[in-house]
Design a protein around this ligand. Structure first.
Ligand code: HEM
Length: 238
């Protein structure tokens, strides 16, 4: 087994994962005030609304697809009575659709970041780097999903290569040889995804860990207009 195979499919992924963990601990301890999504909603609302909704909901679906496709062994899916043909047809339509939703959202967000001057001049280099990497990962993901599942599902089934390699990586028994014959577009998709993990702690992506779930339960804050009929202006009454 050659050095580069070991490098890309064992050393690089672990390096990125280690940076992901250590980087978060470092950032949390040194930059809590900068731990934010750096919202630009007050600079532009309309494009952000559409881009953000499509991107985030699409990504949730894509995440679910990755868990099923990569972490659940092929044999288990077959044991549930799901044939390879059915699996690939479903993967193409469901994966393709959720991928396209994500890609559309991402393109709207990118267009907004480049074309809306106020957003562009308040963006940092890391904002553009992460957006570029996301475009590579999501773009290649959609391309792979639509082409391989459609053109040659049986001859290049990622459930016999990428999926067992990833599971091996997770349990610290990585087998780089599984990734050697994988088509380049799938290899790049995977490497760029690990690249995202490596720079994650140093970008606005840290906001993912600070979703304000308590908003779902908190009681309503009631705002009333002072000018509405039937309401007393408390300042005048006082
Ligand atoms: C360990 C990292 C990852 C691996 C091994 C991986 C692997 C895969 C595989 C095997 C597919 C199916 C398409 C095909 O090749 O036939 C896919 C599709 C896709 N991936 Fe990933 N992926 C990873 C991370 C990511 C990340 C971080 C994102 C987004 C930010 C992403 C976005 C997509 C999209 C949009 C698709 C197309 C829709 C779909 O089929 O689910 N992937 N990925």
């Amino acid at each position: 087994m050659n050095f580069w195979s070991q490098f890309w499919w064992v050393i690089f992924p672990y390096l990125m994962l280690a940076t992901f963990v250590v980087g978060h601990i470092y950032r949390y301890n040194t930059d809590q005030y900068g731990w934010t999504a750096k919202s630009s909603e007050f600079l532009e609302k309309e494009k952000l609304k559409w881009g953000s909704i499509l991107f985030h909901y699409g990504l949730l679906l894509v995440f679910g697809g990755h868990v099923v496709g990569l972490l659940v062994p092929k044999e288990l899916i077959a044991a549930l009575g799901i044939s390879d043909e059915l699996y690939h047809t479903f993967a193409m339509f469901a994966g393709g659709t959720s991928g396209l939703i994500t890609l559309t959202g991402l393109l709207i967000l990118l267009f907004r970041r480049v074309n809306v001057k106020r957003v562009r001049v308040t963006s940092s280099i890391s904002d553009f780097v992460i957006a570029g990497l996301l475009l590579i990962v999501v773009g290649l993901g959609v391309y792979n999903s639509l082409t391989f599942n459609f053109l040659s599902p049986a001859s290049s089934d990622y459930r016999e290569t990428i999926a067992p390699w990833l599971r091996g990586l997770i349990v610290f028994r990585p087998d780089a040889s599984l990734m050697e014959g994988v088509p380049i577009s799938r290899q790049l998709h995977t490497l760029a995804a690990f690249g995202i993990l490596g720079i994650w702690p140093f970008t606005r992506l840290v906001h993912v860990w600070s979703v304000p779930y308590e908003y779902l339960q908190r009681s309503y804050i009631i705002y009333r207009s002072r000018r509405k009929k039937g309401h007393t202006d408390l300042r005048k009454a006082a």
